[in-house]
Design a protein around this ligand. Structure first.
Ligand SMILES: O=C(O)CCC(=O)C(=O)O
Ligand SMILES: [Fe+2]
Length: 263
């Protein structure tokens, strides 16, 4: 998706008003839970304007109004839109507020190695500035077990087993990252991004490994956790069952395997 180039202030104020209160990482505080403080969008703007200011990283701008779109990789959107568009469906839909979020970081923010929580895949678009997104993956890409053992994941990863790649994200680029991907992020200039999480049928094995890591280690290796993700997975299971076992037809459309496995 293409975005018009915006300066930081303009992009930041499109996320939220100056008085908006949110969790912000203050990089003058050593890594750990204390690093996340409560601040405002005005704090981020002020810090962005002075080179001597603290480095601030706002990672918690949930953006429920961004909506979820059916994309070629977002099977969860496909399942939820189909299930909740059925005639006569009255069940309360799971909260999807956490699926769309924005980031606002000042120059030199750094986020250490982690995986995103709950087995989610992630996409990110840079609106202003840039980000170095560094990913690590098993050298042998066919060895899907390499990142699936939690103990190995925590202590046993050797540089001989993994390869890393740094990708410079700029306005107009979109990164789509599979679940259970170790990544670290450096912000070389003030940056605003829009992003989101997704589940894809094609990467469900990685989702499962990411879920197990989230369950066992939670905040040691990931930076957030969302209970609602389980309801979304339950609806996907419901969707697969409806399509594959019941071979149901919804809104005049067959939920054939083709529909499910295309994303
Ligand atoms: O932009 C950043 O500093 C980190 C983004 C990220 O990986 C995350 O929020 O999980
Ligand atoms: Fe992340």
């Amino acid at each position: 998706m293409r975005h018009k180039k915006k300066n930081f202030e303009e992009a930041l104020l499109e996320l939220a008003p100056l008085t908006w209160v949110t969790g912000i990482q203050d990089l003058s505080i050593p890594e750990g839970p204390e690093r996340t403080r409560i601040g405002t969008v005005a704090d981020i703007l002020k810090a962005s304007q002075s080179p001597d200011s603290k480095i601030l990283n706002g990672l918690s701008f949930q953006d429920p109004w961004a909506g979820i779109r059916r994309s070629s990789f977002s099977s969860d959107a496909h399942a939820l839109c189909t299930v909740y568009n059925q005639e006569g469906w009255t069940k309360k839909a799971p909260s999807i507020d956490h699926l769309r979020w924005n980031l606002a970081a000042t120059k030199d923010s750094f986020h250490g190695w982690h995986i995103d929580s709950d087995g989610y895949g992630t996409f990110v678009n840079v609106i202003s500035g840039s980000k170095w997104w560094i990913v690590a993956r098993p050298k042998n890409r066919h060895n899907i077990d390499a990142f699936n053992n939690t103990l190995a994941f925590l202590d046993g990863l050797s540089p001989d087993d993994i390869e890393t790649e740094a990708i410079l994200l700029q306005p107009g680029s979109e990164l789509i990252m599979r679940p259970n991907t170790l990544h670290a992020v450096y912000t070389p200039e003030n940056a605003v991004c829009r992003g989101g999480h997704f589940y894809a049928t094609s990467t469900m094995q990685d989702t499962f490994a990411g879920l197990v890591h989230t369950l066992i280690c939670e905040l040691i290796i990931t930076n957030s956790s969302y209970a609602e993700s389980r309801s979304i997975l339950a609806e996907m299971i419901n969707f697969y069952h409806t399509a594959l076992v019941k071979e149901a037809i919804t809104n005049g459309q067959s939920l054939a395997m083709f529909d499910i496995f295309k994303c």
